[in-house]
Write a protein that binds this ligand. Structure first.
Ligand code: BTN
Length: 321
């Protein structure tokens, strides 16, 4: 058997939270115990934390190197595609949707070379982040995408809070902030049926700065971006806990998404209430004060004594500029 295949098979066996003896591994894989021992040492050299020696082996829950085997065992989703590196998980899920994959198919990656942000921007996606996309097939209109995005923002804010114990706020529409820094962005892309004009499927993409990037954030975002943990190597169990908490919360909201069951939680987490902001409309910069969030998750601002609902775009907090 090829060495890389032995390593993959060993990872599959030792990632289930139980110690597996070298003898059992050798007989299951049809190789010698020495071959098992060598492959385990090679995996350790690649950065996997493998506990045990004489009694057997187990991939430690404190392992810091994400891998497909541990992700499949730990994440509570039926259909997971794991990639060490990809262009964009949103693009991967679009391809999977076109190939007929089922709703809630999840694609997760350790880094992206072409991470997509909102408004055509690039989403910086180095090692240490959590990048995933979920395939949704809602039987609803195009307006559903704002509902999905805002439900995802609440779900991720709750997940981050449960894992890090830090208060997570939402900057309309869907940026998640901790201690005044953006730690997570969400991009929902809808694909429409040309004939009916209805939503064929939606891809919900989430990027979380879990670890502080080894070389820091790029200059353009270094004042606004933050990470959940200061270390550059948090254990993989934290990544899986965030995904699981997110999926649990999001699935519950999604069941009745048309009724916006998340709206009061969304309002309660709004970062912008009372803030002076600017936004772009019809080629002009507008200055306004944020009054709150409307029933359809639109941002209500007051400008020259008039209340205006904003349902797309982006606002900037003027105090930050
Ligand atoms: C934003 O803040 O502008 C939205 C960022 C969304 C990034 C995520 S990372 C996973 C998924 N794949 C992408 O290419 N983008 C989304």
């Amino acid at each position: 058997m090829r060495k890389s295949l032995i390593k993959d098979d060993i990872l599959k066996e030792i990632c289930k939270g139980k110690i597996v003896s070298g003898g059992l591994l050798a007989s299951k894989l049809g190789v010698s115990r020495t071959a098992v021992w060598k492959a385990v040492n090679a995996l350790r050299a690649e950065g996997y934390f493998i506990s045990g020696e004489v009694g057997g082996y187990m991939l430690s829950p404190y392992n810091t190197r994400l891998c497909a085997e541990q992700a499949s065992a730990a994440i509570e989703a039926e259909n997971i595609i794991f990639k060490n590196e990809t262009g964009s998980t949103n693009e991967d899920v679009k391809a999977l949707a076109e190939a007929g994959e089922k709703e809630f198919t999840l694609c997760i990656s350790c880094r992206q070379t072409g991470g997509k942000g909102r408004l055509g921007r690039v989403f910086y996606s180095p090692d240490g982040g959590l990048y995933f996309s979920l395939l949704l097939r809602p039987r609803l209109s195009a307006q559903t995408s704002l509902k999905i995005t805002t439900a995802a923002a609440v779900s991720m804010a709750k997940a981050i809070e449960s894992v890090t114990k830090q208060k997570a706020k939402i900057k309309w529409v869907n940026d998640i902030f901790i201690k005044g820094k953006k730690v997570c962005g969400i991009l929902t892309e809808g694909v429409f049926d040309v004939e009916s004009g209805g939503l064929k499927y939606a891809v919900l993409g989430v990027g979380v700065n879990v670890a502080t990037p080894k070389d820091g954030f790029p200059a353009e975002i270094e004042n606004t971006a933050g990470a959940l943990f200061e270390t550059s190597t948090p254990p993989s169990l934290l990544y899986f806990a965030i995904v699981n908490e997110f999926l649990k919360e999001f699935r519950a909201y999604y069941e009745n998404i048309d009724l916006m069951p998340h709206i009061s939680e969304y309002r309660g987490r709004s970062l912008l209430d009372g803030k002076c902001v600017t936004y772009q409309k019809d080629g002009k910069t507008h200055k306004a004060t944020v009054c709150g969030i409307g029933d359809e998750a639109e941002l209500i601002v007051e400008e020259n004594g008039k209340r205006i609902p904003l349902s797309s775009g982006e606002v900037r907090i003027t105090d930050y500029e």
